[in-house]
Structure formats: structure tokens, C-alpha cells
Design a protein around this ligand. Sequence first.
Ligand code: HEM
Length: 453
Amino acid sequence: RKTSKRIPPGSLGIPVIGQSLGLLRAMRANTAENWFQERIREYGPVSKLSLFGKPTVFIYGQAANKFVFTSNNSMLANQQTQSFKMILGDRNLLELSGPDHKRVREALLSFLRPESLKQYVGRIGEEIRKHLEMYWQGKQQVTVLPLMKILTSNIICSLLFGLEEGTQRDKFVACFEEMVKGIWAVPINLPFTRYNRGLRESARVQDMMKELVHEKRLQLEGKSASPHQDLITFLLSIRDEDGKEVLSEKEIVQNGALSMVAGYETSAIAITFIIRLFANEPAVCAAVLQEQQEIAKSKASGESLTWDDLAKMKYTWRVAMETLRMFPPVFGGFRKALTDIEYDGYLIPKGWQIFWVAPMTHMDNSIFPEPSKFDPSRFEKQASVPPFSFIPFGGGPRMCPGNELVRIEILITIHYLVTHYEWKLAADNLFSRDPMPEPSQGLPIKVWPRELS
Ligand code: HEM
């Protein structure tokens, strides 16, 4: 065994709490990048600390990202916080590794890959149109983030769970919201803590999901549902060579819940920051409008957008990518060292966590010159963005399987918004992270119908 002398510099802080509260506080004050810069100044690019009850090594940069995202299963395992595991369960994709991870991920991806999602573009568009009619039409002011959370959770409820408008869907979403708040909490299970509430709501969500799975199973058996109705019916229908279900009920429940948790807030934040950006960057907004008007002109009134229309929205997607670079919804994540690892001259002891963060690479001026400038042209040529330096969706075998769904949601929402409305900010331009970035007051905007020339 190597000597402890080579363990990275830094301090593990006080037991259990370590630096978690300091980091969470910096994220809320939107000073997390400075918090990390200070660490780097004090200890260098590799340092130790303690986060969410575990000894941790913080690493950053393109090489660090490649190491985290591509190291093999015998060296690094995915590692969520204890709160995450307790709330989402031990069979969710983020907790699985090796053949189990591959099997469950393949099943999810069979539903979420472009060739499959193509068929749902009309349905997603319909959900977005209904949302705009209900929450935007005729309004002079709206608060964007809560509305986008309603929109993206409705899309997920419809597409993944087959839950359409109604009280069951509302109850479901409300429980999820409370559950999610517990996930990033310090795991202290005392009454009235976020963590304690998260655990309670998690039990309710699991019960609701189980009930849903039973209903769908009956519907499939009675042929009143098709395998392609939603993700749950799809997962229930996949069989191996012996005709056995590929995923257990527990895996369907936990990965359905994971997809909601991983997908609704992240996507809502991405769309919210694009809407915020349009208010701040009129030239970008005008160029997106031009692209979207071209597409709108080619459609009859009320005609749905198609997969081919989305392929034409190239500039809009570059704007979305640049927004994800500057304001990544997922700040970073953890892996666990399964063995003693030598990294950059230091020892990362077996059992320790490794913490990767996106903004430190996204704002590196050697990769993205003038990183604070909003410049969608950075993404004009795929080759100009080096591998593992643009990581809003992670990378490698655990890269976000929801990224194609996000692309569809963003493009359709922006299409209808920008061709029907204009807006300006009704509050300040600030945002904080808790742990995801949220504009102050949820981004209230003044909104009015666009007069088309
Ligand atoms: C803008 C929106 C989104 C962002 C920024 C995002 C980001 C990420 C990131 C960074 C990871 C990798 C974490 C790691 O390697 O530690 C991830 C994984 C994951 N995401 Fe997303 N995500 C988004 C939307 C979605 C959606 C819509 C879904 C589901 C429909 C989803 C489902 C998942 C799942 C299941 C994983 C785990 C994959 C695995 O471990 O194999 N995400 N996401």
C-alpha cells in the first residue's frame, strides 16, 4: 500500500459535515466558482475535502473529466450522496454498475434514443402548445421557472408514465418536488429536516409508481395499452431470449422515478436560462426568431412540428448549447474509488469519493476564449470543442440518456415562445444555485404577443 504522504493536500474539516455546508452556502450565494478557485490557489488542481459525509478528492479540467467519465468499472464506480441513494433506492441507474448498469441503461435508451423519440415529437409539441395556451396566453407577466417546471414535469408524466392532465398527475408532481428537495440535503434524519421530508415523500412516490406499474401491466395483458404508449409500458414489454421481463418491477419503479428526478428540473432550468438570455441578448433572440419564423412559415396553421423541422433549428440548438455551457443545470457529481488510484502524482485511497464539476471546465479560457461572453458560434464546428470539455450531460458510458429528449423539449418550446411572444425581465438579472441554478424570484418577465411582420 502506498504511503499516506501522497494523499492530495487539503483538509477533511469537521466530521460528517466537512465542507458540505460551506460549498452549499457558496452555491446559494452564486460564488461556487470562486470557492473552487480559492481551493485551487491554496492546494493546487487536486485537493482533498469532505463532502456529504465522505472523504473526497476534487479534480477538474479536460483530463480530469476524461479520467472520471471513461475509467473502467473496476477502478471507479458511480457514487451518489447517501441522501440520493436512500431516497431513490439501490436499483436506480446511478447506483448500478457493470452488466446491471448496461442492461438497465440499454432498456431506457431504447426508449430515449432519437429513432424512438421521433414518434413522440407531435405529442410533446401538443403538451407544449396546451401549456402556453393555459399559462401564457393573455398574461402580461409570468414567472418562468415554476411554469417551465410544470411544463417539463407534465411532458415527463405524459411521455414516461402515460399520466395525462388531472389530479393524479398533480399529486404525483407535488410529491416528487418534495422528494427532490431531500436529495441534496445533508443526511441528518431529524423531524423537519429536508432529508426527513424527502424520505417520507420518497415512500409515497414509490407506492404511486408501483400502482402505476400494476395498472400498466394489466392494460398490456388486456391489450388496452401498446408497448409504445409510454416508458413504463415499454419497459414492461421488453423481454430476453427466454421471454422473461428484462427489468424487475423495482428497477422499473426506481428508474422511472430517477428519470423524473433527473429530467424535469434540469430541463426546466435549461429552458428558463434560454428565455432569460433572450431578454439580455436581443441580437441572439433576433437570429433565433428568424430561423424559427422560416420554419413557422412552412407550416399550415395549427400543423404540428415534425422531426425534420427540429433538424432545421441549427442556430437555436447552438444557442441552447452555449446556454448549457455558461449555466449548466448539473454543477457536477461524484464517483467512488474502488481501489487505490494514482492520479496526477497523488494517491486517491480506495473508498474515497471523486468530485467532478462542469463550470470549472466550461469557463476555462484556454478552451473557451472569453468564457463569460455568450457566443453560440463556438459550437459551429464540432471539432472546435475538444472532447470532455463541454460536459453539461456528462460523458462516456454514463452520459445523460435524456439529452435527446431535452433537445426536443427545448427546440419546440423556444419555437412556440419566440414566434408568439416578446418579453423583458421584470426583476434583476441574478441567479443562485440550490444546487441547480435558479434566477432570482424564478425569473418574472413582462410578456406581450409578438406582432409578426
Ligand atoms: C438539461 C437537462 C439535463 C441535464 C443538464 C442532464 C445532465 C445529466 C448529467 C450531467 C448526467 C451524468 C451524471 C454523471 O455522470 O455522474 C446525467 C445522467 C442521467 N440523466 Fe440527465 N440531464 C438532463 C435531462 C435528463 C432527462 C430529460 C432525463 C430522462 C428522461 C435524464 C435522465 C438521466 C439518467 C437516467 C442519468 C443516469 C445515466 C447513467 O448513469 O447511465 N436526464 N444527466
